[in-house]
Write a protein that binds this ligand. Structure first.
Ligand code: NDP
Length: 269
């Protein structure tokens, strides 16, 4: 029987590409989706809202004793100035991108332990670097990275490999969804605060549009995930894309103030 893999958030973008790549590699893929009609071809659709305890329990039930690969990919991007983003949006960001991943991981870890399998957590270069207006998103990804580091060290002695994937800009629907949510949020925000950050919002929007346009296709991330889960000793972290690699190196080498200046210069382009 084909080894079993689950990809959360498999309806679009990176998750969809990962599900398809894993099918090509010979896995039986459960595609975690909120709407069963949106599962990619050749996969088995599994209703899975990662914030729903019932869905997570039902997924564990379906999977049973053995799971070879878990790709925690589901995610949303909440963006805006710290001052402007309402607290319930912060909660939602953490609920989907961190707590949801933890819930799925906890429910399925026994099945992954049994196969000495792989857990891939879809982080972001935003899990290493927090750019302006990406406070909520980066907070969730920094937290996911911390969870992954702890988990990797806990389960390595038991044969489970935990991998972080850190893409830079990838051309997926996440950016348009993020813009739509941000527009709605700004409409309800204090006008003084919106004015205070107006220029920055414009600059970040321009740079995000540029990144989305010039972003790699989601298949580039899927390729890396495929490599990680078919390698005996995968790396702890895979940075995906040139722009992400530059940021990772700059963040490691530059002092904080130097990196601040670099970000400001980039946004003025
Ligand atoms: P998409 O918006 O295309 O995909 C997000 C996926 O997550 C969708 O399948 C969506 O399902 C699903 N999702 C959202 N909320 C939930 C939830 N509560 N429960 C289950 N599934 C949910 O974006 P991407 O493909 O870009 O994003 C995938 C991952 O990659 C995210 O974790 C993101 O942070 C990360 N990433 C993306 C980058 C990029 O540049 N695009 C860069 C770095 C990391 P539905 O269709 O039902 O909404």
């Amino acid at each position: 029987m084909a080894p079993l893999a689950l990809v959360t958030g498999a309806s679009t973008g990176i998750g969809r590409a990962c599900a398809t790549r894993l099918v090509d590699l010979g896995f039986h893929v459960l595609a975690g989706v909120r709407n069963l009609d949106n599962a990619p071809e050749r996969t088995e659709a599994l209703r899975l809202d990662v914030t729903s305890e019932d869905d997570v329990a039902a997924a564990a039930e379906r999977i049973g004793a053995e799971l070879h690969v878990l790709v925690n990919n589901a995610g949303i991007a909440v963006s805006g100035p710290v001052e402007v983003v309402p607290v319930d949006h912060w909660r939602r960001q953490m609920e989907v991108n961190l707590v949801g991943q933890v819930a799925v991981t906890r429910a399925l870890l026994p099945a992954v332990l049994r196969t000495r399998g792989y857990i891939v957590n879809m982080s972001s270069i935003g899990g290493r670097v927090a750019n302006p207006l990406f406070g909520p998103y980066s907070a969730s990804k920094f937290a996911l990275e911390a969870m992954s580091d702890a988990l990797r060290r806990e389960v390595a002695p038991h044969g489970v490999r935990v991998v972080l994937v850190e893409p830079g800009g990838i051309a997926t629907p996440i950016w348009d969804k993020g813009h739509a949510d941000a527009d709605q949020m700004l409409e309800g925000a204090d006008p003084d605060a919106v004015r205070r950050y107006g220029t920055l919002i414009e600059q970040v929007r321009r740079s995000t549009e540029r990144l989305a346009r010039e972003g790699l296709p989601p298949e580039a991330v899927a390729e890396v995930v495929g490599t990680a889960v078919t390698t005996q000793h995968p790396r702890a972290r895979y940075v995906v894309g040139r722009q992400a690699r530059i940021q990772a190196v700059a963040a490691r080498l530059l002092p904080d103030r130097g990196f601040d200046a670099l970000v400001a210069r980039y946004l003025r382009r």
